[in-house]
Design a protein around this ligand. Structure first.
Ligand code: 13P
Length: 247
């Protein structure tokens, strides 16, 4: 039985004061069985680490450099994230693929570097609206997943988390229906099953894209949906807790 996992991706939002209030609100939550994590902007990771130390909520980065160290201005290494006691790091978020031109190969390198350092990567994959409309959803998701599988093998995928985030559902209020999401999640797990059935059974596959407290329970009830990667709704303690309580 896979545990439900809900991670908040704050994207480029927050301030010292707002973060403190939000974390205090989240820590006050009760009746949650889901595993929880917060991924704040990198500059706030030390603050969030201080606030969450001693709680059962983990934290992580939103991105990591594929290089170990050196002359990479503006980048953050996996070792630095680990030093700040991050457990997770998001790699391949669609905003970075689209706005920062990250290729499948670069995402695979980031995943590999994060894993080698001891972080648990959260690999984001998902199709654009035009790719869904042209019937290419499975081809796109398979291509993005296989790039990482080829690099780190099935054991490497088993050591991380996958997040299926259809790009057309991110920040649009247009969530995939539970069945639409389940179909892609089952397809992803099938690819993994062909490599190793035990790993495929264990790996958590999260759904992301306009998850809210009022749609989380029906999404998380689907066989192959093991939680959510939450953007907008993770910026409000009640909304985030409402989603976590659905798990
Ligand atoms: P929203 O929940 O705001 O749609 O964002 C989803 C997302 O991109 C999480 O990584």
């Amino acid at each position: 039985m896979r545990q439900i996992f809900v991670a908040g991706n704050w994207k480029m939002n927050g301030s010292l004061e707002a973060n403190q209030q939000l974390i205090n609100g989240i820590k006050a939550g009760r009746g949650i069985n889901a595993e929880m994590a917060i991924c704040p902007p990198a500059i706030y990771i030390p603050q969030i680490a201080d606030l969450l130390t001693g709680s059962d909520i983990s934290w992580g980065g939103q991105d990591v450099c594929e290089q170990v160290s050196g002359a990479y201005t503006g980048q953050i290494s996996a070792a630095m994230l680990l030093e700040m006691k991050c457990k997770y790091v998001i790699v391949g978020h669609s905003e970075r693929r689209t706005l920062n031109g990250e290729s499948d190969e670069l995402v695979a390198e980031k995943y590999s570097t994060a894993l080698a350092a001891g972080l648990k990567p959260i690999l984001c994959i998902g199709e654009l609206l035009e790719e869904r409309e042209s019937g290419d959803t499975e081809a796109v998701v398979a291509r993005q997943l296989n790039a990482v599988l080829d690099k780190v093998g099935i054991e490497g995928i088993g050591a991380g988390v996958i997040a299926y985030e259809p790009v057309w559902a991110i920040g649009t209020g247009k969530t995939a229906s539970p069945q639409q999401a389940q179909d892609v999640h089952a397809f992803i797990r099938q690819i993994l099953t062909e490599k190793d059935g035990n790993v495929a059974e264990k790996v958590q596959i999260l759904y992301g894209g306009s998850v809210k407290p009022d749609n989380a329970a029906e999404l998380f009830a689907m066989t192959d949906i093991d939680g959510g990667l939450i953007g907008g709704a993770s910026l409000d303690a009640d909304s985030f807790l409402g989603i976590c309580q659905a798990g």
